[in-house]
Ligand binder design. Sequence first.
Ligand code: 6PG
Length: 239
Amino acid sequence: MKLLVFKNIEELSVDFCNNITQLTSGKEKFFLALSGGTTPKVIFQTLVRDFKKKIEWNKVHLFWGDERCVPPDHSESNYGMAKEYLLDHIDIPVENIHRIKGEDNPDNEAERYSNEIKKYLPEVNGLPQFDAAMLGLGEDGHTASIFPDQLKLLSSDKICETAIHPSTKQKRITLTGKAINNSGKVYFLVTGKKKSIIVEKILNKKNNYLKFPASHINPFNGELFWFLGDEAASELYNP
Ligand code: 6PG
């Protein structure tokens, strides 16, 4: 595990985008799972502003680590956010954009999306392998849409499963723990003071930290990166 702390989200974004640019160069195909929520917005803006000409988008296949079960034009759609902040501004073939159809029946869509992933991604360890997966972190220790009251999604043999947001009861579709941990590289991208307590508990293995889904993300043969904004890292130094 590599832990990197950045002065602000802009510096974090540039470093992450440099990583992705280096990883895509020379690859025939590059399979990237995008995260949702708000943190990726600045990262996508940085990709568009400084890197859109440096990445061969015709080689990049974009998937999502999770989606809210809403239509693509809904304000809470992870696809919708990525479209607004990234997809509408880069020259990527539409067939390389593999969105989760949040508007469809969740169980059917989880299965359909699992098959789409298996159809495109190389199989490693008997599972499809993403070259890289972006992950966020919730204050409750959730990641993708794997929430503390649904830890079974970490050991599921499926690629995607349905989930339910514990407080909003919103239905979600998410990659499972095994699908995430089979990735070549996993990047936690976490900023903001409000995440500092959960970051400290998970990285310092405190307070029964295994009750937090993010504590179980550790790639089988890949690399794990924690990219933290300094505020999110603030409790690491004076717990
Ligand atoms: C989602 C996400 C989720 C997100 C975290 C952090 O669909 O909500 O994929 O796992 O990454 O909740 O969200 P923020 O970046 O908004 O803090």
